[in-house]
Design a binder for this molecule. Structure first.
Ligand SMILES: Cc1cc2nc3c(=O)[nH]c(=O)nc-3n(C[C@H](O)[C@H](O)[C@H](O)COP(=O)(O)OP(=O)(O)OC[C@H]3O[C@@H](n4cnc5c(N)ncnc54)[C@H](O)[C@@H]3O)c2cc1C
Length: 422
């Protein structure tokens, strides 16, 4: 067995969150080793829609979502679906989610999510420009499109909720939506536009971040699956991984847990209960169609997100609570295509490049868990970023580097403390 290797900060998980933590820790003068079971960015950070959306500050848990979600037990192609099965952890999670479906919790979560999203949006743009990251970043906004008048009318809570936190979005009538995005079929009844949103190509972004971490002297140990985390009293003393048939032992001073949807499994070894469920989403990536949208779109009634880059085009989304299911469900992929066909003149590109699923690390209140873990003095949590991990990645890296460095955090961490669930 190899001797324990000293590393300043050990980061568990090489997704967009782990890599952002690595970058900002390196910028703060720390050494880092990232441990990743696959290749950097191979998890949920790979095939997502790549939108950076402060306009998504409202949480999933809100009045009126429970009834339709329960009805989806019988609808395998519904945008939000709970797969029927016996899983006490899922049902406990759903209970926590249901408890938060009221306007008070909704407003509190919106207020807590917004600063993470707004700060991160600025930081990512600055990082991309400073380090010349090749990731097709564009500050073009997001357009939410409605084709059903009743659904548009029911959605009026959205501009109201964002207005309450000082993030006004433009409300548009159907003609204005049609004029704004010629790739849409005529017939929109209305929509919303947030000019402050942006987008990038997420697989390129995590690839460029990984290169940057290595160039700045960080180590990324790929193909190293974490098998166990050992703790003596109030400190983590060793993380054991397997790489091929040799064991690699790391002994880090501080440990950052950034394992996305996998976080609860390893946290359990430390006696920590993290209420995170994998919220499975899908995407289909194509070569670019002739008339691709200029602006990222959310096709509201079908919950499909459409992002176009000069290098390609992606339909994504859907949310399925089906445990750690690794199958590529054809019914749900087809729902993306059918949804896009209702709204777009040219809904699919000439060639399919990739069909993909990813597990979003979902918490019941849609807020991440950030900060020191209770009872373990050298563990910092950076997980549970749900539907917006790319959008919140840079501020997460900044906050983690501040916590590890013992500096006052630039945002109040109280709303993101894991203690809210203990
Ligand atoms: C369809 C879809 C669309 C989305 N669209 C957007 C969007 O437009 N904008 C946005 O902001 N967010 C979006 N998201 C959410 C976003 O993808 C996630 O929030 C984000 O990727 C989470 O990052 P992470 O680093 O926490 O997790 P991950 O990227 O999943 O990283 C966790 C890493 O830990 C590694 N790991 C796990 N277990 C072990 C182990 N035992 N040993 C070693 N390594 C391990 C995994 O291999 C993985 O690489 C979307 C997600 C989906 C599914």
């Amino acid at each position: 067995m190899a001797a324990p290797r000293a590393s300043d900060v050990l980061i568990l998980g090489g997704g967009v969150i782990g890599l952002s933590c690595a970058y900002y820790l390196l910028e703060a003068g720390r050494g880092v080793t990232v441990i990743e079971q696959g290749t950097a960015g191979c998890g949920s950070s790979h095939g997502n829609c790549g939108t950076l959306t402060p306009s998504h500050a409202t949480p999933l848990a809100m009045p009126g979502v429970i009834g339709p979600a329960l009805r989806t037990l019988l609808h395998p192609d519904a945008p939000l679906r709970i797969a029927p099965r016996f899983d006490p952890r899922l049902w406990r999670w759903l209970f926590g989610f249901a408890r938060r479906c009221n306007w008070n919790d909704f407003r509190a979560a919106t207020r807590a999510k917004a600063p993470l999203l707004l700060e991160s949006r600025k930081l990512i743009e600055a990082l991309v420009r400073k380090e010349s990251l090749d990731c097709e970043f564009e500050p073009g906004g997001t357009l939410y499109v409605f084709r059903d008048a009743a659904a548009f009318e029911e959605s009026r809570w959205l501009p109201r909720a964002l207005g309450e936190i000082g993030m006004p979005i433009d409300t548009l009538d159907g003609a204005a939506v049609d004029a704004m995005e010629p790739a849409l079929k005529p017939g929109a009844v209305g929509g919303y536009f947030n000019p402050g949103d942006a987008h990038l190509r997420p697989d390129r972004y995590v690839g460029a971040l990984a290169d940057l971490v290595r160039a700045k002297g960080g180590t990324i140990a790929e193909g190293a699956r974490i098998e166990s985390i050992e703790r003596e009293d109030a400190r983590i003393t060793r993380v054991r991984t397997s790489r091929g048939d040799s064991r690699v032992d790391f002994s880090g001073r501080d440990v950052v847990l950034a394992l996305g949807a996998w976080s609860p499994m390893l946290a359990r070894q430390l006696g920590l209960r993290l209420p995170i469920q994998p919220g499975k989403g899908y995407s289909i990536t194509y070569s670019r169609p002739a008339s691709a949208p200029r602006i990222p779109l959310v096709l509201k009634e079908r919950s499909v997100c459409v992002t176009a880059w000069s290098s390609g085009y992606r339909l994504g989304s859907t949310m399925e609570f089906a445990g750690y299911d690794t199958s590529l469900n054809r019914t749900r992929l087809d729902a993306l295509r059918r949804g896009a066909a209702e709204y777009l003149r040219d809904p699919e590109g000439p060639a399919i490049v990739e069909e993909w699923y990813g597990w979003r690390p979902m918490t019941p209140d849609d807020l991440p868990m950030l900060g020191r873990a209770p009872g373990i003095e050298n563990l910092v949590l950076a997980t549970g970023h749900g539907m917006l991990g790319v959008s919140m990645s840079a501020i997460t890296g900044v906050l983690v580097s501040e916590v590890v460095g013992g500096k006052p955090p630039s945002l109040d961490l109280a709303p993101y403390a894991v203690a809210r669930f203990q």
